[in-house]
Ligand binder design. Sequence first.
Ligand code: ASP
Length: 350
Amino acid sequence: MNTRPAIVLLGVLTLMVLPACSTSRSSPGGHESAQRERTITGRWAIVIHGGAGMLDTSMPESERQAYHDSLDRALSAGEAVLKSGGASLDAVEAAVRVLEDDPRFNAGRGAVLTRDGTCELDASIMNGRTLACGAVAGAKTVKNPISFARRIMQETPHILFTGDGAERLAASMGVERADPSYFITPRRQEQLEKKMRELAQPKTSAATHAPSDVTQGTVGCVALDIRGDLAAATSTGGMTAKMPGRVGDSPIIGAGCYANNVSLGVSCTGTGEQFIRNAAAHELSSLVRYQNLSLADAASIVLNQRLDPDDGGLIAIDREGRIVMVTTTGCMPAASSDWRGRRTFRMWDQ
Ligand code: ASP
């Protein structure tokens, strides 16, 4: 007996009675994407990145393998959610948490340091079905900023928290905290010392930033679930030797992170100021939505025509489940997987 139609019908009925997995007190309701009928498509996709940058192509095989293994762990966490019919929002949070806990990446533990030698963590998350979103900037004691961003989205009427207010909110919510020393690693201390020596040298060119300024390691994830819901998440420590208090694009919705079921989900990485100036994440969405461009063409326009060479990269998934992972910096560890069984890893531009 063919049980498949019965399973699909059951799934559709379940969707009609179950509340959405994620709600926001400040329901952004009324948006067209929230009004679209949701049916089970069976298509899911996920993509993650570990930051655009200038990783050394002469890196030993063991180090390259370690990046691969880290990405594999994060991708698997997200895949497990999607394969079992879970929500894209749960998938992006699960994948980013794994990367935040991995000191190899510039997010959570192992984040880069400000010029004061401290960690200030930025993160954001967005639900493409409802346009609900949450973000935190400059967090100093939140172990997993992406989960805090999600709780901000779901439990407050606001979107972005920063400074003392963010720390107090985290404490009152019972969010898992860590001593500021937990986030600091010897590798990031060495990078800061090197950067401070470079900054002390007299400037030899008028360039506002050199390619080597792009710090490898910001993390992000975009997912599409079997209901057609997109979600995106980005988490970072920012740029090495940033001025204390500086906020990059990662917690800015529309700059470093964006998701809308009518177009796509996207997570960006690179020189944050450039992504903010160009509203890069929203620009990508607009090119797909209003110019009817393919995701690949739109990503190329954002990276090559809106942004400057070497500014960074992005990962995105459109509503059909098409995936891009592109950078102009030459290197961006990234990985993707989808319902067709395609699982890919990339490190450098081919
Ligand atoms: N975009 C991040 C920032 O500017 C850094 C990065 O992606 O490498 O804070």
